[in-house]
Design a protein around this ligand. Sequence first.
Ligand code: AMP
Ligand code: MG
Length: 487
Amino acid sequence: MTKTNFGWNFDNSYARLPKLLYTHLEPTPVRLPKLIRFNSALAEEMGLDPDALNSQAGTEYLAGNRTPEGAEPLAQAYAGHQFGHFTMLGDGRAILLGEQVTTKNDRLDLQLKGSGRTPYSRGGDGRAALGPMLREYLISEAMHALGIPTTRSLAVVSTGEPVYRETSLPGAVLTRVASSHLRVGTFQFAYSRGSDQDLRLLTDYAIARHDPGLSGSDRPYYDFLNAVMNRQARLIAKWQSVGFIHGVMNTDNMAISGETIDYGPCAFMDAYDPATVFSSIDAHGRYAFGNQPYIAAWNLARFAETIMPLLDPDEEKAFTLAQEAISGFSGLYRSCWLDAMGAKLGLFNNEPEDEGLIEALLEIMHRHHADYTNTFLALTFDRPEVRGLFEQPDFQQWKLQWQERLQRQSQSAGDVQERMKGANPAVIPRNHRVEEALEAAVSMGDFSVLDRLSEALAKPYAHTPNQAAYAAPAPESARPYRTFCGT
Ligand code: AMP
Ligand code: MG
């Protein structure tokens, strides 16, 4: 592989997998591509040339009008349980250009989203609107800054073409970067459409890509299942610790890598309430905040079913192994969650009573409609700024218990505060702030609001004075907040 002047360095291992898993296809060119957002730092990390890409010639690639040297564009096939119902899916509006091998020898998928119709588009137009693509860019990068595994965003290009939703909207293409786009749904597809050999090739591929250390194991598939579960347990615990609600945790939207993927109707919770749902299509609250760990377990059980044929040739034994693994998820998750929540309270070790202490605080927050992010900030800086909460007798009593707990560990008050500052973000992408920024960008072509918000979100644990302006929860007039899928 020789490096081009854009820095492309493709090695497309996915394109060497069984043909049923994808369709070779070029993106559909767009009329008038304009680079709207570009992530220079990420380009650099990927071994790409930011200056070359941040140009008209570079924009042609990021729009799908030109194919980078060494790319082998394809649309991936996958299936998925959507709100519990099994469906054949696939990249209906995305094209995987290929895998960029970075200077550090990391392998990263480069995918265009909104790049035109594919054989998996079903009724869809294969396109995406500018607002939602800017939203994915903003929130995925904010998640990364929060220290949460996620797909990244390299660029947003407007297409100069309208897309028709309820109204006519400006179209856009997002360049998404991921450690892979293997989903639980990819395995479901291989299991239901492919042979045992296809499934084995896909799984060996996933192991080589994400868990190369397991290839020498005497039970690599069982270990792989556990590795995937571990990553999900850690991921969901992190979501819960910052109040992130994915909104559409279908099995096709759960990545084997443990990265957050598919930013559709996601949003951050303001007042603590486990029943919080933002997505307009989630009428029954399947993907409510408090359900996320259970849904993860459910999705992982679907994953375990697909790789059962690899666990043991004896069906009964395979079933027992799968069940054994899956039954471990709740314990795994609980310990990740306790670590994440313990850090938010400045704990350095574990005590059996910690779980009760954390749950008690959440209950009090729920009872008093306290803002999730700001309650932890107020505890971090001992600022009774969360309206009403610090005056409540139940909270005051809880706070005494917490302070006693802190005294039982050897770390100083300064150490405790540092730990809390590193676990409690000063700023999250507040829904009304996100909407305000997107509105200015899309309707008025004014990107300054989005720029300032991005800047505030770039270092959420810095706790700088200019971040305080972004800490306020939404005014009543901005509620209830609703989000939409697949736009
Ligand atoms: P999502 O809800 O974004 O996870 O998407 C679910 C499925 O619908 C995936 O197979 C997508 O590729 C497909 N899809 C979403 N939007 C479109 C669109 N505008 N055109 C074609 N397919 C789409
Ligand atoms: Mg999806």
